[in-house]
Design a protein around this ligand. Sequence first.
Ligand code: PMP
Ligand code: GLN
Length: 379
Amino acid sequence: SASKLPDVKTTIFTEMSLLAQQENAVNLSQGFPDYQADENLLKYLGDFAKEGYNQYAPLFGIKELREEISRKFSSQYQVNYHPDAEINITAGATQGIFTVISAFVEKDDEVIIFEPAYDCYEPAIILNGGIVKNVKMLYPDYKINWTEVKNLVSEKTKMIIINNPNNPSGKILKQNDIEELIKIVKDTNIIILSDEVYENITFDGKSHLTLAKYSELKERTFVVGSFGKLLHITGWKIGYILAPEQLMNEFRKVHQYNVFCVNTPAQFAIAKYLQNIQDFSQTSTFFEEKRNYLKSALSETPFELLDCEGTYFLSAHFGSISDMQDKDFCYWLTKEYKVATIPFSAFYKDKTDEKVIRFCFAKKQETLDKAIEQLIKLK
Ligand code: PMP
Ligand code: GLN
């Protein structure tokens, strides 16, 4: 056929950000901070560029940054990853995810994903000839039905993709979820791709359970991270992949021809910046305040809020305001109330509409206030 991805259109994030611009609306749709990153980090970037760190980095990523990531995982989770053999720097989490999928998924291999699902998994699976097997998580708990997962697993299952904390639901996995996953993959060759880009954004004292902490999972898992989320620099597009050596070797075969290496001065700047961070829980504290602020304001509106345990997204059921389809509701809200959001149906292959939309609260106070001023007018 003329298209390898006939059903793919511009992403919902691009669509809603564009609409926000056209409508001069407050943009709480696409997930990105609208405030400045730490001055020191920005200064380091310029410094390294001026000092001449402007040529190709090694394909694994610079050693200084891999060592910082290794230190982060041992201090935060008491988990060891060898900086040379088991860590690779990527061009954001997106490239890491695409490359893992490309390195392992072959024609007719099945990959299990959970919906609502972040948008970059499915196209990568399809481009590699794989078959998507989706398990739905539904309103209001968005829990994984593990019996359904168990029934889907077969000889053909090559990979399971987990996203924890979950974009868009804001839910985090619990100990019992992990135990179920361990039981399911035991005695199989299934590879796990664990998208943990929001690992440092969890709330109410709940801590993130990285799959790397469980030896039965670590041996078969790629953990994906993103400095875009941790350091408020989504435009730098620097992330990382962690995996046991054997899996990492396969990843690198593809990575070296996919990008070969990623932005050099940005890697140096991030490495230097991380050297001064002892406590990664600051990011959660920072976002918890924003979540609480938006949550308390929206509780004065007819929206029924989902419990947000992590990520920088707060989601809400709008059924008592309107019976429109969620995407129509998002268009209406952008045009009439000048606040742009993301409809959950965009995260389901069959566009399941449960009348739930997502607000991004990684925004400065002034932006949140502008949005709130509009939203409290809703009846
Ligand atoms: N996974 C999830 C769940 C995300 O929300 C995002 C970014 N919004 C990514 C991956 C991509 O991260 P990056 O910008 O580092 O490519
Ligand atoms: N991950 C961001 C979100 O969920 C969007 C990134 C993008 O636009 N691809 O909003």
